[in-house]
Design a binder for this molecule. Structure first.
Ligand code: GDP
Ligand code: MG
Length: 458
C-alpha cells in the first residue's frame, strides 16, 4: 500500500429519505452479500452504523470495475442508518450533521415526497454533498431482474417498454429536483460532478445498481474530499444518542470521525446543566456480524479508531446533550486548559442555539436535543409558524418567564418536543396564562398547536 493511501479514513455516509423508500432494505442488501459469502472480517454492524470494509466494497463493485478504473483507497465506508419514521426526523438530522456525504433515497414511483424535501433542505443547510438513489427500479413495467448487476448492464438488457417506463419516471424526478433548485443527471451522464446531482438507479430487492451506488460514493469522497477524509490524530467525535443500558447505566452512542478513543481517557462533553468531565470506563461495540439474525452482545475495546460508531460508558452522562461534540483530555493537559475546553463545549451549545433564527413575535420551542430542535424548527418554518425563542432540555420556570413577554395569546405558548415539564414551571405557566404543549412526535405537537390556534382565532 502506498503511504498516501494509508492516510485516508473511512468516509461517513448517511442514508436519508422519505419513509418506505427502501433505506433499510438498501442497507440490508449491502450487508447481506457479504454474509452470504461468509467472509471473515466482513461488514460489521456498529452503534447506529454499518461498517463496510474495502474488501466488501471491492467485491461488490467488481461487476462495474472489470478494468480496475475505480481504485479503492479508503479503508472502508461507515454508513449511518437513519430510521425513516417521522418521529425519528431528529435522528435524520443528527446523522446528517456529521456525515461527509449522503445518499438520498427516492422511490421511483413516488418521486420526491415530504420527507425527501425536508431532507434536501437539511442537506442544503449543512452543505453536505449527496447523491440520489432512485430506488425500486424493479417495479418498472416488465422489468427483468439481473441480480446484483451494475445498472447499465441491466438496463441494456431490458425490453423497450421497461426502458421507456424507467425513462419516464426518472425524468419526472429530474424535473422535481429542478423545482428544488438542483440540476440532476444519471450519474454516468453527469458531466459536472460539482454542480449536478448524480442519480443512481437502484433496486434494494434485486441488488441492481448497488455496485454503482457504492462505487460512486467511494469515487466522490476520494476525489473531492481527500483532505476532509484524511486521517488525523486529533479526536473528532459527536454524540449521537444518550441511552440507558440495563445493568450498566447511562451511555452515550458516538460517531468517532477522527482520531482514536482509549479506555481510561478523560473526556469533556456538554451537559444540560454545564460541562461534564468524566473518564471512559468502557468502549463498547457489537460483536462482529457473523450471522445477520443473531443479536450480538457488546464487546469491550481498549482502543477504537475513526471512523467508527461506538458506545461509551462513563459516570455522569445523564445530562449529556446529543448532537454536541466530545473532547479528549490528554494526561499532560493542565487544569486551566481543561477549564478552557469545558467553557468551549458550553459556548458551542450556546452558539448552536443562537444560530436558530427567531422573531420578535412567536411561540417558544423546546426540544430534547439540538437535532430534535432543528427538526422541529424545519417543521415550523414550512408551516409558517414564527418562533421567538428556542432551548433544549426540560421546560423550567426560566422558559416560562421568557415566554411571558409574548403579548399575543397565539404566541404565549411553549411547544415542548420530547421533553418533560417541571411541575413548578407548570404552575407558573398557569398563572401567566401560558399554554404548554407536549408531544413525542413532531406531528402531534404541531396538530395540537394548530387546533389551539383555530379555536383562538374563532
Ligand atoms: P425505509 O422506510 O426507507 O427504511 O423502507 P424499507 O427498507 O423498510 O422498505 C419499505 C418497503 O419497500 C418494504 O416493503 C420493502 O420490501 C420495499 N422495498 C424496498 N426497496 C425495494 C426495491 O428496490 N424494490 C421493491 N420492489 N421493493 C422494495
Ligand atoms: Mg427503515
Amino acid at each position: 500500500q502506498a503511504a498516501a493511501e494509508a492516510t485516508l479514513r473511512s468516509p461517513i455516509c448517511c442514508v436519508l429519505g422519505h419513509v418506505d423508500t427502501g433505506k433499510t432494505k438498501l442497507l440490508d442488501n449491502i450487508r447481506s452479500t457479504n454474509v452470504q459469502d461468509g467472509e471473515a472480517g466482513g461488514i460489521t454492524q456498529q452503534i447506529g452504523a454499518t461498517f463496510v470494509p474495502t474488501s466488501a466494497l471491492a467485491q461488490r463493485t467488481a461487476v462495474i470495475n472489470r478494468q480496475g478504473r475505480l481504485e479503492l483507497k479508503v479503508p472502508g465506508l461507515l454508513v449511518i442508518d437513519t430510521p425513516g419514521h417521522e418521529s425519528f426526523s431528529n435522528l435524520r438530522l443528527r446523522g446528517s450533521s456529521l456525515c461527509d456525504i449522503a445518499i438520498l433515497v427516492v422511490d421511483i414511483q413516488h418521486g420526491l415526497e415530504q420527507q425527501t424535501i425536508e431532507s434536501i433542505s437539511i442537506l442544503k443547510k449543512r452543505k453536505t454533498p449527496f447523491v440520489v438513489a432512485i430506488n425500486k427500479i424493479d417495479v418498472c413495467y416488465g422489468w427483468t431482474p439481473r441480480l446484483h448487476s451494475g445498472f447499465r448492464a441491466s438496463f441494456k438488457n431490458q425490453k423497450g417498454h421497461a426502458q421507456k417506463h424507467f425513462n419516464e419516471l426518472a425524468s419526472k424526478i429530474v424535473l422535481q429536483l429542478a423545482e428544488q433548485g438542483f440540476n440532476a443527471a444519471l450519474y454516468y451522464e453527469n458531466k459536472d460532478l460539482k454542480k449536478t446531482v448524480s442519480l443512481v438507479p437502484t433496486s434494494a430487492k434485486t441488488g441492481e445498481g448497488i455496485p454503482d451506488l457504492l462505487g460512486l460514493i467511494v469515487q466522490l469522497t476520494q476525489r473531492w474530499m481527500a483532505t476532509r477524509i484524511s486521517f488525523k490524530t486529533n479526536v473528532e467525535c459527536t454524540i449521537l444518542e444518550v441511552k440507558k443500558v440495563q445493568g450498566l447505566g447511562t451511555t452515550v452512542d458516538v460517531i468517532l470521525s477522527q482520531g482514536s478513543l482509549k479506555q481510561g481517557q478523560t473526556i469533556v462533553l456538554c451537559g444540560l446543566d454545564g460541562p461534564i468531565r468524566t473518564t471512559i470506563r468502557e468502549l463498547l461495540m457489537p460483536q462482529p456480524l457473523r450471522e445477520l439474525r443473531v443479536k450480538s452482545n457488546y464487546v469491550s475495546h481498549k482502543v477504537v479508531s475513526a471512523a467508527q460508531g461506538v458506545k461509551i460508558f462513563a459516570k455522569h452522562l445523564e445530562s449529556a446533550v446529543a448532537g454536541t461534540p466530545l473532547y479528549v483530555i490528554d494526561d499532560n493537559t493542565d487544569e486551566s486548559r481543561i477549564k478552557e475546553i469545558e467553557e468551549k463545549v458550553i459556548n458551542e451549545l450556546k452558539a448552536s442555539l443562537d444560530r436558530f433564527e427567531t422573531q420578535e413575535e412567536g411561540v417558544c420551542a423546546q426540544a430534547s436535543t439540538l437535532g430534535a430542535l432543528e427538526a422541529l424548527l424545519v417543521f415550523f418554518e414550512t408551516s409558517k409558524i414564527p418562533v421567538s425563542s428556542v432551548d433544549i432540555g426540560p421546560v423550567h420556570k426560566k422558559q416560562v418567564v421568557k415566554c411571558s413577554t409574548q403579548k399575543d395569546a397565539l404566541y404565549s405558548c411553549i411547544l415542548a418536543f420530547d421533553v418533560p415539564v417541571d411541575p413548578e414551571a407548570k404552575k407558573l405557566a398557569k398563572q401567566k396564562k401560558i399554554t404548554i404543549f407536549t408531544a413525542d412526535i413532531i406531528y402531534h405537537l404541531f396538530d395540537r398547536y394548530m387546533e389551539f390556534r383555530k379555536t383562538e382565532l374563532e
